[in-house]
Design a protein around this ligand. Structure first.
Ligand SMILES: [Zn+2]
Ligand SMILES: [Zn+2]
Length: 252
């Protein structure tokens, strides 16, 4: 399994960056995990967007879905578009069909996203087969219904923690995973109840408690200072971590 970071920013992209998103490939099958601001442009650098096989959406915040709008236009209007148009499979959390309809309606075309993609709502309780990947989900504490997701192919496991506050469910879900992608949005723990994001130290501690083989720290702003993010997450993990950056690739 090959994972390429397309973006690692939180809800506002860094200069030259994009919101947290990943292209995951196995046996020629290409899956895009999340599609927030800036991600479509990064995808065009990494893969022909007309040939993407599937998308998987962790939750319905703007920084994980808003580039579905330019992507929809590209699939339908590009001079290279396919006839008939190719519709990548778009797997979203429960309720996504209605939200995509309301979002598309802002531009007077309720079917914009549903026409461009083959939209399907996943059952978080079930295992979803997407091409060569088996996807499992774990609901995590956030400000809207949000899911961590494990993608496995053969013996390889990658766990995307999604957006979340500290929680034991994700520790169990990610136990002994090969690669854990953990968010590190906060400069300091906030007072929200329940918590909805992690600090870099908490991201590291999550990886240590889950005994992840490798920890990829993501969903953080450059404004936090990458050196500080690295130092804090390394302190929590107890071993060297990787900081996500657009264009980086990992083999699992
Ligand atoms: Zn986010
Ligand atoms: Zn979010």
């Amino acid at each position: 399994m090959r994972l390429r970071v397309l973006g690692k920013s939180p809800a506002w992209p860094d200069p030259g960056g994009a919101c947290s998103a990943y292209l995951v490939e196995q046996d020629g099958f290409a899956l895009l995990l999340d599609c927030g601001a800036g991600v479509f442009a990064k995808l065009t650098e990494a893969h022909d967007y007309l040939d993407l096989d599937a998308l998987l959406i962790s939750h319905l915040h703007a920084d994980h879905i808003i580039d579905l709008i330019p992507y929809s236009y590209a699939l339908q209007l590009s001079p290279r578009r396919r006839h008939p148009p190719r519709r990548p499979l778009l797997n979203g959390p429960p309720g996504c069909s209605e939200l995509f309809r309301r979002l598309s309606a802002c531009w007077n075309d309720e079917q914009l996203i549903a026409t461009a993609f083959e939209v399907s709502e996943y059952d978080p309780e079930a295992t979803l087969q997407v091409g060569p990947f088996s996807a499992r989900f774990c609901e995590v504490p956030h400000y809207t219904r949000a899911f961590a997701c494990e993608l496995s192919a053969g013996a390889a496991r990658v766990t995307f923690g999604g957006d979340c506050g500290p929680n034991d469910a994700l520790v169990e879900f990610a136990r002994d995973t090969d690669l854990l992608v953990a968010e590190a949005t906060l400069g300091e723990p906030d007072s929200d109840v329940p918590r909805g994001h992690l600090t870099p130290l908490e991201a590291g501690e999550l990886g240590r408690l889950a005994r992840a083989g490798r920890l990829l720290v993501s969903h953080f702003s450059d404004e936090l200072g990458p050196d500080w993010v690295r130092a804090e997450s390394t302190r929590g993990f107890g071993a060297e971590v990787s900081l996500a950056a657009p264009g980086q690739e990992y083999s699992v």
